[in-house]
Design a protein around this ligand. Structure first.
Ligand SMILES: *Cc1c(COP(=O)(O)O)cnc(C)c1O
Length: 376
């Protein structure tokens, strides 16, 4: 029998059926030549704003820049503190330091998202903003976070990099806080063929700041009131995104179906494996499908041996990175985040995955635990 091969993700499979449409879209831009801030950039911004049900969207060069501009537009810098989760991708915290402010972490709950109660305990007179992360594509519990922010006068930036299309109480992420930040990195659920990012907001003043920040500070062809950066979404990437946007809901549904099938197949393992699930008020987009389980490293090896590639998002909590050493955190400061870092494993979940791939992965996991006589 031929050995199974289930890669963690295969981007080419997403592009194969769209190839003609994508090439036509790219060719149109090539023939016009408006590569920088061209027609499709504005069209993509309008469509994404409508999709997220916000007034404004601004295309930038990456999700990281989206977060950085969200901080800069609010004037956050030296002497300020910004609270975020320690289990995210590095950017959620690195942008705070890049803006000159101090990253402050609050531990996460069992669902891997920031725990609102823990946010309360780290607020100081210097706290200016909170960056909740919708990790794995599952919305953070925004109502209590927004209530804390209102009470303390804090600015809320949603790190929705992994979560385009996710919903919380029927509202799209990116429309819940003051600002929403999306990554269009090729591995994200809504993705470009290269780097890209989007910022969403209902605030006109912030919107105008974002337009200037991404374009060297220019407010028209020749004048600038403030310094800015060069961080524009490429017209070619915007043209690609417009093609893909038409498929986004279908891809999200497929990811959710894949997650539901894993859940059915692994249900009887629930004493050993913690499975992700949606609460009734949420719609997760399953950017990742992360199980939490003991013997994680051995399981990962067994899966790989059987041909199933998995990943760990993320193995090193941000507060334990060398880059964060000056902040003075130590092991044990965020026990839930640190416990999860030892237990988490991301299974393949991409839309093109077949039922048979999922069944094979689930049965490999079951066989592994049946033979490992768990000494839990
Ligand atoms: C991917 C990601 C980012 C950064 O986005 P880039 O487009 O790669 O800069 C930020 N936060 C989270 C949670 C991410 O997953």
């Amino acid at each position: 029998m031929k050995k199974r091969s289930i890669p963690y993700v295969v981007i080419a499979k997403q592009h194969r059926p769209l190839k003609r449409k994508l090439l036509r879209a790219i060719t149109r831009v090539m023939e016009r030549g408006d590569f920088v801030l061209g027609k499709e950039v504005e069209e993509c911004e309008k469509k994404v704003a409508a999709y997220c049900k916000v007034k404004f969207a601004v295309g930038v060069n990456s999700g990281t820049d989206a977060l950085f501009f969200a901080l800069k537009a609010h004037g956050i810098g030296a002497g300020d503190e910004v609270i975020t989760a320690p289990n995210s991708f590095l950017s959620s915290a690195s942008v705070i330091a890049a803006a000159g402010a101090k990253p402050v972490f609050a531990d996460v709950g069992e669902d891997m998202n920031i725990d609102p109660e823990k946010i309360k305990s780290v607020i100081t007179s210097r706290t200016k903003a909170i960056i909740p992360v919708h990790l794995t594509g599952k919305p953070a519990d925004m109502n209590p976070i927004l209530a804390i922010a209102r009470e303390k006068g804090l600015y809320v930036i949603e790190d929705a990099a992994q979560a385009m299309g996710a919903e919380y109480h029927k509202k799209k992420v990116g429309s819940l806080g003051h600002v929403g930040c999306f990554s269009l990195h090729p591995l994200k659920t809504f993705n470009a063929c290269g780097d890209g990012g989007l910022i969403t907001t209902n605030d006109k003043r912030l919107y105008q700041r974002f337009l200037q920040l991404r374009n060297i500070g220019l407010k028209n062809r020749d004048e600038a009131d403030q310094w800015g950066y060069n961080s524009r979404l490429d017209t070619i990437q915007a043209a690609i995104l417009l093609v893909k946007l038409a498929y986004l809901e279908k891809w999200i549904e497929k990811r959710r179906k894949n997650a539901a099938l894993y859940n059915v197949l692994l249900k009887d393992m629930s004493s050993i494996i913690r499975l992700p699930h949606d609460n009734p008020e949420e719609k997760s987009v399953y950017h990742t499908f992360i199980i939490q389980t003991p013997l994680r490293d051995k399981l990962q090896k067994a899966l790989l041996k059987a041909g199933v590639e998995t990943k760990i998002h993320y193995p090193i909590p941000i507060h334990l990175q060398k880059a964060a050493a000056y902040l003075g955190y130590k092991k044990g400061d965020f026990p839930e985040c640190e416990r999860q870092a030892q237990m988490i494993l991301s299974l393949p979940i991409y839309p093109e995955l077949t039922k048979s791939d999922i069944r094979f992965t689930a049965s490999t996991i079951k066989t592994f635990y049946a033979h490992s006589s768990l000494s839990l």
